[in-house]
Design a protein around this ligand. Structure first.
Ligand code: SF4
Length: 291
């Protein structure tokens, strides 16, 4: 294990609640214990400046500000990712910092403190990560994911990055929380409508296997009403009737407290509520995973 990893991580043990991107003392790479995946996820954070063009009410990024990713030091990213994979796959990192039964690397994800595709170096970062995955024999063994709000899908470099991800057998998780402008403004902090969302999701699905990722929350303790659910379900129906090749819908609610000023408004929904919505979505024709 590199001194860089051991010196910082030694003071910490990975836990389910600890999604601190600086847990390993690195700028771009952070390990997270995932109960859902029953192992460790390796995150790649292209937004160490905590900047995103959206402002989701449930966002767990501390000190979130509006903006885009800064210039990425690709050689530092390469060094950090190689060192971390070396420590996890050939060293004792997992044994030392993950509990028994969870000592396995399950996936890697572009997911960090902001929108990864706001980096103009996104496609280069995908190529670099792909090369490292090949070196460690990980292509096809663990998924490479992009967690995105989808708002940069019209950019050529994002489409390039998605095509490279498809070659690496990767997948996209793209946000669709609400399809009507008023709900999107309240929940995602942006101007958004069903046509724009349709275009973004279609572009993603045409370039790389894509899951829709939907976070539903209670607002001032009120469950989402028809004004949100009807346009949301209408958009899913449109995806289905247009035959978009989607993998399905990932449905979840608030897992940890929001770090935003809207935190007092949002709270998690009961699993039974999510399960009922999942049944409606399945009836439209999509597979749904609730977590
Ligand atoms: S898109 Fe992601 S990073 Fe950006 S505000 Fe929403 S939850 Fe936070």
């Amino acid at each position: 294990m590199s001194a860089e990893i051991s010196s910082v991580a030694a003071a910490r043990t990975l836990s389910f609640d600890d999604h601190d991107r600086e847990v390993a003392g690195m700028r771009y790479v952070y390990p997270v214990l995932s109960r859902r995946a029953e192992g460790v996820s390796l995150g790649i954070n292209l937004n160490p400046n905590n900047a995103c063009n959206w402002h989701c009410a449930y966002c767990q990024v501390p000190d979130l500000k509006r903006g885009a990713a800064p210039a990425i030091d690709l050689s530092r990213l390469e060094h950090e990712l190689s060192s971390m994979l070396e420590a996890m796959l050939h060293g004792d990192f997992l044994h030392r910092f993950a509990p028994e039964g969870m000592r396995i690397l399950r996936d890697m994800a572009f997911s960090g403190n902001g929108e990864p595709t706001s980096s103009g170096q996104f496609a280069d970062a995908v190529s670099l990560v792909g090369g490292i995955m090949e070196r460690f024999g990980l292509v096809g063994r663990i998924p490479l994911r992009l967690i995105t709000n989808g708002s940069y899908m019209s950019k050529g470099y994002v489409r390039q990055g998605l095509s490279r991800m498809a070659d690496l057998r990767g997948e996209v998780w793209i946000k669709v929380d609400a399809a009507d402008p008023a709900s999107a403004k309240r929940i995602n902090g942006v101007r958004l409508d069903a046509d724009r969302l349709f275009e973004q999701v279609a572009t993603s699905a045409m370039h790389c296997p894509t899951w829709i990722q939907t976070c539903m929350v209670a607002w001032d303790e009120q469950e989402p009403g028809e004004e949100l659910l009807e346009p949301y379900l209408a958009l899913l129906r449109r995806f289905a009737t247009d035959g978009l090749p989607l993998e399905g819908v990932l449905l979840y609610s608030l897992a940890r407290p929001s770090c935003q000023r809207e935190s007092s408004h949002v709270s998690p929904l009961p699993l039974t509520w999510l399960d009922s919505l999942a049944d409606v979505i399945r009836a439209i024709g999509f597979s749904v995973k609730v977590f």
